[in-house]
Design a protein. Structure first.
Length: 460
């Protein structure tokens, strides 16, 4: 499903979203020079009847789109481009100023060098990450978020024919993942990484099918956005679909949209999604990730004072402190978890208590887990996940972490936590300062804790 830039009409699986190869035939050449950039573009341009090839535009925002160059407007410095989805054609016009490069007939032509994102102080990410102005983020959402991922066209539409495609808001009694869409997503799509792409494709199909049902369409859009966010950490596309579903500050998905803005490089846009009177516990997690530990703690205390669930708020406050290296404060909040009293049920309380204890245990071995102090070798340990133990293997050689692998787990809703968390540890060469993966925090923490304990085994 795709929301057209040129109107409010929203199209779906049958709309202009699928990218396909079109043929073209050489007719003439065009040579262009852009002010401020030296490049020569020999466009062997064609009539509508063309030989088989795929054209591609690479945007300065990082987006890529494949299809066919239809027309080059030299005087206007524009390119008309055509792509397809489900047999229907979408035509768009792109200015030279937004284009990094064009591939035509297998040859790549440079238009503009990739610009360095703005470095305004207000847009600083925790840890000195990428920063963009709000205009740059909006452009990223527009050019990337509104386009299909590169794997979309090759992903088949698969779903049980027994599913009730009307997707009633309230499912019938009993659990049936072969009939209820929500239960199918939870039971079949979420735990199976090999089904994630087909899950996205299925949501686009539902958008097309229910385009005239605004309420249901919004629900499908939020599910689609959540898949891009949880499965692929594809923040431009997640943001695009949450915006299409009209998520507002204080809504249930508002903090995930806020995280998209921050991950794309703008903290101010993220904070603007916080409702001043509607405290959400996931605000604590995001503030900690953004490096605003003080405010994360303040929100946690306010949340508990307002009657919010203590275990989760104190756990997230402890995580924010641990990420910031404030280990004494982290241990204090983890102890608050242990002393928070009864939770909503015994399993819930046991899970939080186990997490708090393991997080404190990991902090106590952080110094011994410094890779510079670890002998060469292969080390293994485990951490408590949502369902059971998550087993991790860390290989060290020449005072460097060579690999981090999850070797065994029984997690179901782990989303991108495994690849994200192991990737962060490998990139940082440390278990310190790792940001637990949103929407899979427990699995992510289990990996961090297990890796810390594994490395500590090899301390010299």
């Amino acid at each position: 499903m795709f929301a057209s830039r040129y109107g409010s009409r929203v199209l779906g699986e049958t709309g202009p979203f699928r990218l396909s190869l079109r043929s073209w035939r050489v007719a003439r050449s065009h040579v262009f020079t852009l002010a401020g950039h030296f490049f020569v573009l020999a466009f062997l341009f064609a009539s509508p009847s063309l030989a088989a090839a795929a054209d591609r535009i690479e945007f300065l925002s990082g987006a890529k789109i494949e299809g066919k160059v239809v027309k080059i407007r030299k005087s206007e410095k524009m390119i008309e481009f055509e792509s397809k989805l489900g047999g229907k054609t979408r035509k768009s016009v792109y200015p030279y100023a937004k284009i990094h490069a064009v591939t035509l007939k297998g040859k790549r032509y440079l238009f503009n060098k990739m610009a360095t994102p703005s470095r305004s102080e207000g847009n600083r990410e925790a840890g000195g990450g990428l920063r963009r102005t709000s205009a740059e983020v909006r452009d990223l959402i527009k050019t990337v978020g509104s386009t299909p991922p590169d794997w979309y066209d090759a992903t088949p539409l698969e779903y049980p024919k027994t599913l009730d495609l009307s997707w009633p808001q309230k499912p019938p009694p009993g659990w049936n993942g072969q009939k209820n869409i929500g239960q199918y997503v939870w039971e079949i799509i979420n735990p199976n990484e090999g089904r994630w792409k087909s899950g996205v494709r299925f949501m686009h199909f539902l958008l097309s099918k229910h385009r005239d049902d605004k309420a249901l369409s919004r629900r499908v859009m939020t599910s689609l956005a959540s898949m891009y966010f949880r499965f692929f950490q594809d923040y431009p596309r997640a943001a695009f679909w949450w915006e299409q579903s009209t998520v507002k500050p204080g809504d249930s998905d508002s903090i995930m949209l806020a995280e998209c803005y921050w991950r794309m490089g703008n903290k101010q846009m993220a904070v603007a999604m916080f409702h001043p009177r509607k405290l959400r516990v996931d605000m604590i997690k995001l503030l900690g990730a953004m490096g605003d530990t003080k405010r994360a703690i303040e929100i946690a205390e306010r949340y508990v004072k307002a009657g919010g669930q203590k275990h989760n708020a104190y756990m997230l406050a402890g995580d924010a402190c641990r990420r910031a290296g404030r280990y004494d404060d982290a241990i204090r909040y983890y102890n608050k978890v242990l002393n928070a009293g009864a939770a909503r049920n015994d399993d819930y309380q046991k899970r939080f208590n186990a997490r708090a204890r393991e997080n404190m245990e990991a902090i106590r071995v952080f110094d011994r887990s410094d890779v510079k102090r670890v002998a060469d070798g292969l080390y293994r340990a485990s951490g408590s996940g949502y369902v059971g133990q998550v087993q991790v293997e860390v290989r060290v050689a020449d005072a460097q972490i060579q690999s981090v692998r999850v070797t065994k787990h029984s997690e179901k809703q782990y989303y991108s936590a495994i690849s994200d968390t192991t990737g962060q540890i490998l990139a940082k060469q440390s278990v310190k300062g790792i940001d637990a993966t949103s929407r899979a925090t427990i699995t992510s923490e289990a990996i961090i804790n297990a890796a810390a304990k594994a490395l500590a085994k090899g301390a010299k």
